[in-house]
Ligand binder design. Sequence first.
Ligand code: NAI
Length: 332
Amino acid sequence: KPNPIRVLVTGAAGQIAYSLVFMIASGQMFGPYQPVVLHLLDIPKMQEVLNGVVMELNDGAFPLLAGTVATTDVKTAFMGIQVCLMVGAFPRGPGMQRSDLLKMNANIFKEQGAALAKYAARGVKVLVVGNPANTNAYIACLAAKADLPSTNFSALTRLDQNRAVSMIAERVGVPVAKVKNVSIWGNHSLTQVPDVTNAVIQDFPEKGLTTPVLTAVNDNKWLEESFIPQVQNRGAAVIAARKLSSAASAANAIVGHMRDWVLGTKDGETVSMAVVSDGSYNIPKGLVFSFPVQCRAGEWSIVQGLKITPFIQLKLDATTKELQSEIDALPK
Ligand code: NAI
């Protein structure tokens, strides 16, 4: 049996974590043979809730769960971790300005970035979920810069990708598993860029054939004026319906993101991850930007040479500008 992987979930008393930790303990993130030790961090006033989560993890009697470390102490939480799922963040309250939110979260991610640098395994894979996810990842990466490579850091846009795939599958009338290589570019925000230029549908219109999504949908007006805004606004639609933000679907996306990073993507398939730009597609170096990537042997690489249409390019420019302005607004 392999040694357990130490996985930290921050915000472990929150909504997303309440789905996520059980998925991890049941083997969905690292496969059915890989034991895990779950590190759970939340803030002191959530200690009792955290204890309740541990009670339920124990009550799951998960064979792969080799231990839990539930704590409100940052050092204990980050010690020796190999995977870090940064879900915890300060929520935007009534009457709070976006700039206040940025400031509160900047402090959290600066502290936790420094803790990663000090206490985590050197190869730690970091996924930031708490919003604003891209900018929080940028801050954590910067705070750890002297000790950890920037390629260790990522932010979640997989939920946006899954939403887009589901909408395309429904529109064309095929199973979701047949829709491949839909991309999300840029910021996890309203300016995100869902892009089907390079996406295909397998076994369509019949078994053995592969058809571009653009051909299968055959309706640019729907793609540009309905599909894109619906993907961008899906989070708000879920909040309106559920009176709470997406949680189980977010947990599922976190599992998919980390599973692909660790275990690899399938040949010829791309997934979307927000990672530190190396200048690909003329995105300024250093921005945490969602790209189509492929993963092999625990490393991601940005897929090169994809066609960018003028329509998509305009949207890439807008999401880039937004990310830059988020960084400019950070407390110096
Ligand atoms: P939640 O409010 O239910 O849980 C957040 C938890 O984080 C709370 O228990 C809170 O006490 C904890 N927390 C706050 N500050 C902390 C700190 N310094 N250290 C450790 N824990 C801390 O929120 P939920 O629904 O679980 O969402 C979490 C975050 O994920 C939110 O920021 C949300 O906007 C974001 N999100 C991002 C998505 C994405 O696709 N990138 C999708 C859905 C949500």
